[in-house]
Every structure is written in structure tokens, then in C-alpha cells.
Write a protein that binds this ligand. Structure first.
Ligand SMILES: *Cc1c(COP(=O)(O)O)cnc(C)c1O
Length: 536
């Protein structure tokens, strides 16, 4: 480390821990922000002094130093390597975040995505030079249509929530085309939070439909609310309680009879791929998170991709470019130039596409990874993906239901994720305490306090790519911290003890995020003991 930037650390103390002068904890190295490492007065490279030329900036020159850190190459490499070791990722260990489907991303996907014909192309290249990439999009669309039993797919949306927006815009375009202005979108309590947000963003009034005690949509309450003002119902299936909605067909029939459309949040398609075709359940629009069901890294690791499959009724309204199946069963990729002719020939009228969602075709890298995943599994392999995902989640559920309250376990097996509540914890102990203790055990915590229908919810999605040995270790860790929470072990409230940072004020961080580094005021320097060259 650059000597001028070093300062003694405040000792970090855990049980039997006297702290270290460096702040390093064995091979886990403490690391300040890059701006705190060194001042801007040193530089990693030797540059000749700038020639004296007359400024042509008309007085707009920067008047003070830009404040970039001046580190050498080894210092820079170490900085980022140290930071990367404080990160937790799916390549490091089991990542039980419910609703996120953090599964292993096969390296084969990466190899394919890096092929120059897919990786090194530009969206403005002439069509003739990207025939292979267009064919790949088309093939992926074919698989998505086939696996969902739908009619068309808008490939361009760039994430699940973006796909929801696309689906609702299709629904609105279809309603407007028949001169039917409807104002309400119904969203069951068990839906994902993005659903009501999307509906509100589209200008719809959102109304809740309650859940039954079994964690499913209350069909009778839904039927009672349907009417000529309801544009659509948005249903997450499997829902955010990790449960399949068995009355989906009856729900769709009732919504259609009332003149509305059925939007299905398909982010959890992982649990039913190859087993159930949403098209057979009467779904009109559904986004698929390629970055969940079909691997492809997400979160910090890569962009999302949220193609939206559409029913026959909604396909004509899809944003360009879209893909649609014709009567001969062939899937066509339709771009702006062909859209009018395609509509006339296959949709029996003028083009009705609502416009565009993105400038170009969507996330090419994610398309390549998803198609690789699909082709390397095949139809039978994808079926097994769903089976193994469900098996793993049920293994977690049944292994822990004696120490963690599982509110819906009485209503049968779960799908791809197991839901627990904080019932049974000692007074004053929360889901947060348990989650923080799980960090000390070496796991990223599960999804917490979601879904809202369960108190102190913990949603665990192990995914199909975890072995029994990995699950057993995770179950042992969760069992241990759950027992501590039940017994009221006070030490749990100080967790995490072994992490690079202890418990943070997450509410403050969310409410008042500080996203830019500011040079501390001079007296702040004194207080924190930084020497003159440091702390910048
Ligand atoms: C992840 C998820 C979404 C949102 O998808 P993004 O790609 O994060 O926008 C929506 N619904 C459910 C059920 C999800 O799990």
C-alpha cells in the first residue's frame, strides 16, 4: 500500500478478538475507498509536462484539481482484488435469495456469448452481416413460445419489470383498439412488488385481491371484483409464497368473461418450465426473466433480459421488433420494415404495434447465454430443472419446519422456494438478527420481510444447481441460527461479528444514500487521525 495513505486502524473486536493494527483479519484485508488511499498529487504513470498552449475554453477551465486517486498499477490491482474478496457471489457459495433464482451460470454459456459473431457486432450493422445473430434471436423466441404455449414474444424488454411494462402496454393498446377504456388493474396480495408498481406507472388504479389462508389468490373475491372497469389481473405464478396457483385456469376464464386480460408474472417460471404451459392456463402476457430461469448472471454480475410471451389476442400489439408464430408453426422475427406486410398477412389488418421498448433488439449477450442453456439441457433437461428446483426447496422446507415456522407448509409442497416466518423467536428477536447471523456462518442471507403477507418473512430459494451436500450445510447453518433466535441468545443481536463490516444502519442508508465521496473537512481529518497526505 502507498505509505503516505496508510493509517492505523481502529481495532475491530469480536469475542476473543483484540483487533489488529492494520485492520486486516488474517487473509481478509481491510480496504478503504480508493479516494482515501492517496492524494491526487501522485500519479501511477510518468507524463511529460503539458505543453504551454493558449486555452480555447473561454474561461471554463477547471479551477481546482480533479481529485482522481493517483495509484500505481499494483496498488490499483490490489485495491480492486481486496474489494472483490469482500463480495459474495454465486461462484463463492449458496445464494438463497428467494424470488431471485441465483443459480450457477454454466461456463459454456460464457464461451458462446464471447463468440465474435455474437459479441463483436453492432446494432447498426447491415442485416446481411448479422444473419447468425438474428437467427439466434429467432431460435430463442421459438423455444420461449414453445415452452409457454404462447403465440408471440417481444424479445426486447431488458428486465422482468421492463417486461411487465411491455405486457401492460400491449394490454392497453388492445383495449384502446376496441375503444374500451378500462382503469383498474387487480393485483393479488401474493404478487411481486413490481406488479402494482408497473400498473401504477401505466396509469392504472391498482386494487388488491386478498390471499386465502392457504396463501393463494382468493378466487371468489377476485370474481366479485371483476367488471367492465377492470383492464387486467396481474398474477405471479408460482406466487411469492412459493406456491402454485392451482385455480389459474378458472381465474383466466373469469377475467376473460369480464372482458379483461390476464398478465402473469413469469419470473418464477423456473419452477414449472417443461411441466406447465402458461398459454394452456389462459395467460395473455407473461414476462420471462432469462436471467433467472435460463441462468445468465444477474444482480451485480450482468444485465437482465425480460422477453414477454403473448397470446394470439395480444401478439399484434407487441413492440417492434417482435417474433410471432404463423399458421404454419414457423416463428418469424418481425422488424420495422416488414411489420406492415406481416400484419396484413398474418393478423388480418393494419399494423397495431404500440411502438418500441428499446432502441434495438434487446440483450444479445443474455439471449446467447439463455439459448445455450436451453439447448444444452434439451426439453427433458429443462423439465428436470423444474423438478430439481422444487425438490431442493421442499428438502429445505421439510428439514427446517421443526425450528422455523412454515406458514403454508400445511397446504402441501412448495414450488421452487420455501417460506418461513419469525413466529417462535424469543421476544425481541427478529428475522434481521437471524439473517445477520447467517452472514457469520458464511452465507448470503435469504430474502427477508417479503412477501408482505407473512410476518418477518424469510424466503429461501436454493435453486436446482445446489448439491445435497451444499443444502445440508446451509440447513445446518440456518437451523443453528434459528435455534439461537428461539432461545433468545443475546449475542445474535451483535451479528455479524466476522464480516468486514458490522451491522449497518440500513434504513438510513436507504433513506439518505451517500453515493458520492466527499473530501472530509480539515477538522474531520484530525478527528479520524488521518495524516496530511491521507484521507483525500
Ligand atoms: C425478479 C422478479 C421480478 C422483477 O424482475 P427484474 O428482472 O428484477 O426486473 C418480478 N417478479 C418476480 C416474481 C420476480 O422474482
Amino acid at each position: 500500500m502507498n505509505q503516505s495513505g496508510w493509517k492505523p486502524a481502529a481495532p475491530v473486536q469480536g469475542p476473543g478478538d483484540t483487533g489488529t493494527i492494520t485492520g486486516n483479519r488474517a487473509l481478509m484485508l481491510e480496504e478503504p475507498l480508493i479516494f482515501e488511499l492517496d492524494g491526487a498529487d501522485t500519479t501511477g504513470v510518468d507524463l511529460a509536462p503539458a505543453p504551454k498552449v493558449a486555452s480555447r475554453l473561454g474561461g471554463l477551465e477547471r479551477s481546482e484539481a480533479i481529485g482522481l486517486p493517483g495509484l500505481s498499477e499494483p496498488e490499483t490491482v490490489r485495491h480492486y482484488t481486496r474489494l472483490s474478496r469482500q463480495n459474495y457471489g454465486i461462484d463463492l457459495g449458496l445464494f438463497p435469495l428467494g424470488s431471485c433464482t441465483m443459480k450457477h451460470n454454466p461456463r459454456l454459456n460464457e464461451k458462446m456469448a464471447r463468440l465474435p459473431g455474437f459479441a463483436d457486432i453492432h446494432p447498426l450493422q447491415p442485416r446481411e452481416t448479422v444473419a447468425g445473430a438474428l437467427e439466434l434471436i429467432n431460435q430463442l423466441a421459438f423455444w420461449l413460445i414453445d415452452l409457454t404455449g404462447m403465440h408471440g414474444v417481444a424479445m426486447s424488454p431488458k428486465a422482468g419489470a421492463h417486461g411487465e411494462l411491455c405486457g401492460l402496454l400491449c394490454i392497453r393498446a388492445a383495449l384502446e383498439a376496441r375503444g374500451d377504456a378500462r382503469e383498474v388493474v387487480l393485483v393479488p396480495e401474493s404478487a411481486h412488488g413490481t406488479n402494482p408498481a408497473t400498473a401504477a406507472f401505466c396509469g392504472y388504479r391498482v386494487e388488491n385481491i386478498p390471499a386465502t389462508s392457504a396463501g393463494r389468490v382468493d378466487l371468489e373475491a377476485l370474481k366479485a371484483r371483476l367488471g367492465p372497469d377492470v383492464a387486467a389481473v396481474m398474477i405471479t405464478n408460482p406466487n411469492t409464497c412459493g406456491l402454485f396457483e392451482p385455480e389459474m385456469k378458472a381465474i383466466s376464464d373469469a377475467v376473460h368473461a369480464a372482458g379483461g386480460f390476464v398478465y402473469c408474472d413469469g419470473a418464477n417460471f423456473n419452477a414449472i418450465v417443461g411441466k406447465v404451459r402458461p398459454g394452456d392456463l389462459g395467460v395473455d402476457a407473461m414476462h420471462i426473466n432469462l436471467h433467472k430461469t435460463f441462468s445468465t448472471p444477474h444482480g451485480g454480475g450482468g444485465p437482465g433480459s425480460g422477453p414477454v410471451v403473448l397470446s394470439e389476442a395480444l401478439s399484434p400489439f407487441a413492440p417492434l421488433p417482435y417474433t410471432a408464430k404463423t399458421a404454419d408453426g414457423v416463428v418469424h422475427l418481425v422488424e420495422e420494415e416488414q411489420a406492415e406486410a406481416f400484419s396484413q398477412e398474418h393478423f388480418g389488418g393494419a399494423m397495431q404495434s404500440f411502438g418500441r421498448m428499446t432502441a434495438f433488439h434487446g440483450q444479445m449477450g443474455m439471449f446467447t447465454r439463455a439459448l445455450t442453456y436451453i439447448l444444452s439441457h434439451g426439453a427433458d433437461g429443462l423439465k428436470q430443472v423444474a423438478e430439481d428446483a422444487v425438490l431442493n426447496a421442499n428438502y429445505v422446507l421439510r428439514s427446517l419446519e421443526d425450528v422455523l415456522d412454515a406458514p403454508f407448509a400445511h397446504s402441501g409442497p412448495c414450488m421452487h422456494e420455501a417460506l418461513f416466518s419469525d413466529k417462535g423467536f424469543a421476544d425481541g428477536f427478529s428475522t434481521l438478527d437471524l439473517a445477520k447471523a447467517l452472514i457469520d456462518e458464511g452465507f448470503h442471507p435469504m430474502t427477508m420481510y417479503f412477501p408482505l403477507v407473512v410476518h418477518g418473512a424469510m424466503l429461501v430459494e436454493p435453486t436446482e444447481t445446489e448439491s445435497k451436500a451444499a443444502l445440508d450445510q446451509f440447513i445446518a447453518a440456518l437451523r443453528h441460527v434459528a435455534e439461537r433466535a428461539r432461545a433468545g441468545d443475546e449475542a445474535l443481536k451483535s451479528a455479524p461479528i466476522y464480516a468486514p463490516r458490522r451491522r449497518l444502519d440500513e434504513t438510513l442508508a436507504a433513506r439518505k444514500p451517500v453515493v458520492a465521496f466527499r473530501t472530509p473537512a480539515p477538522d474531520a481529518n484530525k478527528v479520524s487521525g488521518l495524516n496530511e497526505a491521507g484521507g483525500q
